[in-house]
Design a protein around this ligand. Structure first.
Ligand code: NDP
Length: 243
């Protein structure tokens, strides 16, 4: 199979680590980004320096027209998308539910879940038998993120339901749909949540007593996409140090 992977939000963090790992595994990779072209181009440069194949493409994946353009660009560059990682996601400053605005709630939902729906919808129009999707959910979908970001947790809960339902819709086509549920991963996202040192604060409460790395999450994503996981669909891998 000509393996063509789209990783959304791949300019930094978990998405960047996943794009780099997939490129090492002979996928042609589209490094999607939203606002930061520079970091996305750095990811592409790193992949190319190691002999891999990748290109960066800007698209706000919560917007249908931009998702369509993203897929058109990949098709032109590499052919059909065979593997999809729905990784793009946001959270905002820690808050109780009572203090959340409806604008913020809706922004989190469209960025984290509508994006996943739109990319799945485009991908499955062209994905062949043997294709696979991994959704990057969160431990927050199980924990609920009280006093921090219930909006974010709810968006990830919706992603889990989408994963389950779509896995059953696509099983007959031999397209697998799974999710990873990371937690406490050392990326810049926690600064967006208003607490850059959140992982250090919470480490004593994590059974493995440390945060995880983006590379550790990428390993599970790549494995779920691979033929080594060929009998696994509709499944969730929790990557949260035992939490
Ligand atoms: P980062 O904040 O480091 O990276 C997120 C990336 O998503 C950014 O590069 C950003 O692009 C991109 N992005 C945001 N909005 C959009 C959009 N509308 N369209 C396209 N791209 C977008 O996050 P992480 O690497 O930590 O997280 C990646 C995923 O893992 C997220 O879904 C997150 O919810 C999930 N996760 C992370 C955990 C953690 O502890 N870090 C725990 C559980 C889940 P740009 O920079 O170009 O704007």
């Amino acid at each position: 199979m000509n393996k063509v992977a789209l990783v959304t939000g791949a300019g930094r963090g978990i998405g960047a680590a996943t794009a780099k790992l997939l490129a090492k595994q002979d996928y042609k990779v589209c490094v999607n980004y939203h606002t930061n072209a520079e970091t996305a181009q750095q990811v592409v440069a790193e992949i190319e320096a190691q002999g891999g194949t990748a290109f960066a493409f800007a698209a706000d994946v919560s917007q249908e027209n931009e998702v369509i353009q993203l897929f058109q660009a990949i098709n032109k560059q590499y052919g059909k998308v065979t593997h999809l990682v729905n990784n793009a996601g946001i959270l905002f400053t820690q808050s109780t539910l009572a203090d959340l605005s409806v604008e913020r709630f809706n922004k989190v939902l469209i960025t984290n879940v509508t994006s996943c729906f739109l990319c799945c919808k485009e991908a499955i129009k062209q994905m062949p038998s043997g294709g696979a999707i991994v959704n990057v959910s969160s431990a927050a979908s199980r924990i609920g993120a009280p006093n921090e970001y219930i909006d974010y947790a709810a968006s990830k809960g919706a992603m889990d339901s989408l994963t389950k339902g779509l896995s059953l819709e696509l099983a007959e086509r031999n397209i697998r749909v799974n999710a990873v549920r990371p937690g406490f991963i050392d990326t810049e996202m926690h600064a967006d949540g208003g607490e850059p040192n959140r992982i250090q604060r919470l480490s004593p409460q994590i059974p493995l007593k440390r945060g995880g790395t983006a590379a550790e999450v990428a390993n599970s994503i790549a494995w779920l996409l691979s033929t080594e996981a060929s009998y696994i669909t509709g499944t969730f891998i929790d990557i949260a140090g035992g939490k």
